[in-house]
Design a protein around this ligand. Structure first.
Ligand SMILES: [Zn+2]
Length: 211
């Protein structure tokens, strides 16, 4: 955990939010084979939030601690990304509309959320290989609201294309990702993840989306 002290209890969280400017950059679900600790030190069960704080550090929080931090710092809740549909419906209900507070400025554009997630998927397929896309992924974690330029989207699509060429029977990023051993053996499919904003931009650029 990349934190100067554990955020156990409300007091510690309030103190941390006074000392640092935090941003909530990701709202997701631990995938099969993933494990992570909450900012309070407990293991995260399933749903998580990722926060960034100055200058370029991030940490994770589980459902309860995450919502508490969002409330204390008055942040907007990023859209939940649950690619395999693992989160029970009941939990999702409480999530819907949770982002009502927070200022418009702190809201992360949907295309940035899509980009961050697509990069995570591709980088995992690549075993976190260093390069342009990895450095862009890190940049996006630290500055989640940066403008997503056309070149960046084209590089992502090109990266997927080079991967597809080596796996002839798979035709897009979602299929390749779902074929990773930890998902394949559970028979999970990625029906819950879509990249509509990225696809729209690719199509406007005359590119066939491979996402
Ligand atoms: Zn916690």
């Amino acid at each position: 955990m990349a934190l100067p002290y554990p955020l156990r209890g409300r007091d510690a969280k309030e103190r941390f939010c006074r000392e640092y400017t935090i941003r909530c950059i990701r709202h997701g679900v631990l995938l099969p084979g993933d494990s992570a600790r909450c900012c309070c030190g407990n293991p995260i069960q399933q749903e998580f939030f990722q926060f960034a704080y100055a200058p370029s550090k991030t940490f994770l929080a589980g459902a309860n601690c995450g919502r508490e931090l969002i409330e204390i710092a008055k942040l907007a809740t990023p859209t939940l990304v649950d690619p395999f549909g693992l989160l029970p419906q009941a939990a999702k209900k409480t999530t819907t509309g949770a982002g009502a507070s927070g200022t418009g400025e702190s809201r992360i554009p949907q295309i940035n959320v899509e980009m961050a997630y697509a990069l995570d998927m591709l980088l995992e397929i690549w075993d976190n290989k260093d390069g342009y896309l990895k450095s862009m992924s890190e940049k996006l974690n630290h500055y989640p609201q940066i403008t997503i330029y056309d070149n960046f989207i084209l590089s992502l699509n090109k990266g997927v294309r080079s991967t597809i060429e080596r796996r002839k029977n798979l035709s897009n990023l979602r299929q390749i990702y779902a074929s990773l051993p930890r998902f394949k053996k559970k028979g999970l499919s990625m029906r819950n993840i879509h990249f509509p904003n990225l696809e729209k931009r690719l199509s406007a650029l005359g590119e066939v989306s491979l996402l």
